[in-house]
Design a protein around this ligand. Structure first.
Ligand code: ADP
Ligand code: MG
Length: 236
């Protein structure tokens, strides 16, 4: 099977200059992301995972190197092109949900659906994430797990080519975390979205097609899982 490359990073770096000190948050990183794969990026806190994910999502700019989405060079893109990329191609799930507090769960998802030309049906996505009866609640009335479901529904309703998730289980208990991971695996399997999950939790890597390990701002290993585990069977 030939794998189609969805995103390609070529010697990407990110440095922060703070007075006299330069932090190399991301050392030269080259990486290909294949269409339809589920990738887990694993590494301890501070290893550069969020930096890498934010660059992939066009939320942050690389200090060096190139990032290609298909044929598009995001490192040469202007604001308009980056906004277009984030709006039409990308779903992003934040560790702390970042929902709009004054909108109900359904309205948060509807707002996102309205950004794209061909969203999935809002009701169907709310049902898929198991929110049905809580859809008219505001974020403050929902548990962490429920808020994360809304955040996933908001990203998934766009039916994005690429779904990036930063520590999506980081703030949840294990059981809720597994349900959230199962949801992400389902979106990958049934919708064909390419999914990237960032985590510091080693066992979660068992669900990936490929695992990228990071340490001190560098990718230190990329390995393939021939038999990914269903998230329901992962313990941590
Ligand atoms: P992870 O997500 O793996 O915990 P990050 O990508 O957030 O790691 O951070 C990688 C490194 O870059 C850390 O040393 C962090 O302190 C540093 N860093 C991240 N963001 C900034 C910033 N805005 N300014 C300065 N240093 C930063
Ligand atoms: Mg992080």
């Amino acid at each position: 099977m030939t794998k189609k490359v969805l995103m390609k990073l070529n010697r990407v770096t990110r440095t922060y200059v703070m007075g006299e000190v330069t932090v190399e948050a991301l050392k030269e990183t080259s990486l290909e992301l294949y269409e339809g794969e589920l990738m887990v990026i694993l590494g301890p806190s501070g290893s550069g995972k969020s930096t890498l994910l934010n660059i992939m999502g066009g939320m942050d700019l690389a200090s060096g190197g190139q990032v290609y989405f298909g044929q598009e060079d995001l490192t040469r893109a202007g604001d308009k092109q980056l906004t277009r990329y984030r709006r039409y191609e990308l779903g992003f799930v934040f560790q702390f949900y970042n929902l709009i507090p004054d909108l109900t769960a359904r309205e948060n998802v509807e707002l996102s659906a309205n950004l794209v030309a061909n969203p999935l049906p809002v009701e169907e996505v709310l049902r898929d994430v198991g929110l049905g009866s809580r859809s008219d609640h505001f974020p403050s009335q929902l548990s962490g797990g429920e808020q994360q479901r809304v955040a996933i529904a908001r990203a998934a309703v766009k039916n994005p080519r690429l779904l990036l998730c930063d520590e999506p289980t980081g703030a949840l208990d294990h059981q809720t975390g597994r349900l959230i991971l199962a949801l992400l695996a389902k979106i990958n399997r049934e919708r064909g979205s390419t999914v990237v999950i960032v985590t510091h939790n080693t066992p979660i890597s068992a669900m990936a097609h490929r695992v990228v390990r990071m340490s001190s701002g560098a990718v230190v290993d990329i390995s393939e899982n021939r038999f990914p585990l269903p998230p329901e069977r992962i313990e941590w």
